[in-house]
Design a binder for this molecule. Structure first.
Ligand code: ZN
Length: 129
């Protein structure tokens, strides 16, 4: 299974940003507080199942991201079969992973991230459902 699961966008105010995507035709399918990452995630879905997640931080790395770089695209999430196995494989060939062990993501997923320094400037979230 290799497909883009969602695009994560860092925003200061999720409620406000949701309105833009609703105008574009996306449906808001949920909102969840992700303890591990200190953020509110707003889930938006397009007609073809494409998804956008708006990330409104209450602290943590996303807050730092916005401080340093402003709002905007934060990561691209790729669905994978086994995040543990793949993380190990990626490390073996020289990619840097953010977490030693995968963490719990939104909607009871398991996630890890490839550091943008080794993934051509893009923070890639590996997501296992
Ligand atoms: Zn994500």
């Amino acid at each position: 299974m290799a497909r883009v699961d969602h695009i994560g966008i860092a925003v200061r105010n999720g409620e406000e940003a949701v309105r833009l995507y609703q105008l574009l035709g996306f449906r808001l399918t949920g909102k969840e507080y992700v303890e591990d990452q200190e953020l509110w995630a707003y889930f938006l879905e397009g007609d073809d199942g494409s998804r956008i997640e708006l990330l409104e931080p209450t602290g943590g790395v996303i807050a730092k991201f916005i401080e340093k770089r402003g709002e905007g695209i934060h990561h691209i999430a790729v669905e994978v079969d086994d995040v543990r196995v793949l993380s190990k494989k990626l490390k073996e060939v020289g990619f840097r992973l953010i977490y030693e062990e995968p963490k719990k993501g939104a909607r009871s997923t398991l996630v890890n991230f490839i550091h943008p320094k080794t993934s051509y400037g893009v923070l890639i979230e590996l997501i296992q459902k």
